[in-house]
Design a protein around this ligand. Sequence first.
Ligand SMILES: [Zn+2]
Length: 480
Amino acid sequence: MRRTTIWPILALLLLLGSGAGGRVRAADPFTVRGYYVTVTRTPTFGLDAWKKTIDAARADGANLVVLWTAGGFKSKKFPATWGHNKDHENIRKDFVRDLIDYAHKNEIRVLLGFTPFGYDGVNRMSLEHPDWAATGADGKPIKPFGIHSWGRNLCPAQEDVQRFMLEYVREMYLDFYPNADGLLIESSDYAVCHCKRCGAKFFENEFRFVTAVSEMAWKKNANATVVVYPHYFTGAEAPGLGVRGARREFDPRWTVFYTPHSARPDTDLTKKAKGAIWSDDSPALRTPTEIRDAARHARRSGCTGWVPSFEAFTYTPTEPEDGQQYLVGRRQQPLGFGWLKPEQIPYDELPARVNRVAYREYARNPDLSDTDFRTTLGKDLFGAAATPEAVEDALALQRVFVTGRTWWQAAPVASPDRVRAMKTAGQLSAARRTEYWQALDRLREIEQRYRGKEPFSGLYRPAKWAVGEWAGDTRKLLDP
Ligand SMILES: [Zn+2]
């Protein structure tokens, strides 16, 4: 059978065997499970691609998905918010409402994600209103920044800015996607405003909006899930932002959101909250071992939910993001999988499937032994053809595709262009060259071992592709 036929059957068997999709069993450590994904940064993915993403999430035991949508819907009130995304499938066809219905049919709830006063869509308002822009720590107008959507983050002390922010989210939730189950109010992880009215009062000012937008959501639906950051309640320093949080009253209708890089867990707050969600980057950027460690950390922190990022980008950068000029004008390849067509999701490719199995299994049982994980992984990837050697090769392949990867840049071994940029910048050390040679040799071994062997085509294809990228003169890049 072709893999496309086997996969749904395997998924069905797994569902039957494990007590179905997102349903939570009494012994499960997390009542909320799923992925955080950025619709706004995948302009090439249409409704079909997103339905397949929901299918993948369901097969992995998800019951909630965060769809980060700001900047990716065709706002009538604020067209500047999608000016960078004119060719986005959702701007052209507005499919997200249908996608949410589809998720509901699959017993998955959907939260709409956005950042108050920053990031996608919102930061572009500074192009029309330069006076809305935030002030940097040096007292000067803040520098433009972005991922796909470039502009300046905004100052929440200004009434016009507060009004815009509330109107924009009202439009997204009430007019465009009222079937969503709530909001993720994702406080910025990159900048605050240091003007005279913000600074130490920044989170007080942001909190005014958070309160207003939460009331808007609960007025629409008293059971709406509204997820907030801890910055408004604990008074703790916001990691990396150079200001302390506020100390405001916590409304127990809120669910609280923690991340490793921008919002540390707070036991007292967790006790007061409707729920507490841990969100890290392990499925998108790391290995099964790190996914396991994230599950254990989330459980130890008392979180009732685990919703890590599985973001894949397909936009074309217009600025040297990640500090890399070579990325400008080239479409991002989702999860660094350069063999895919722009409209193809990465989640059914073997390196991603390794992490999906890891998420599914460790979300259910963070104490799962390595032996049991490998047995399950083998069955999932190769069915009856599974061998310990094939599982070891799958783990090795996955490791190659995440080693050195960043949100924007593929692993060096999967991107000669990146290695060329490193060489030009004088960053291609002898140690790195050796590391890349060894990884390429490992891929070559995998390619040769599984050539023409159908049950292992998922393993063969990425290896063959990556080895092919280094054919001919390109290999000389790695010469001393
Ligand atoms: Zn300000």
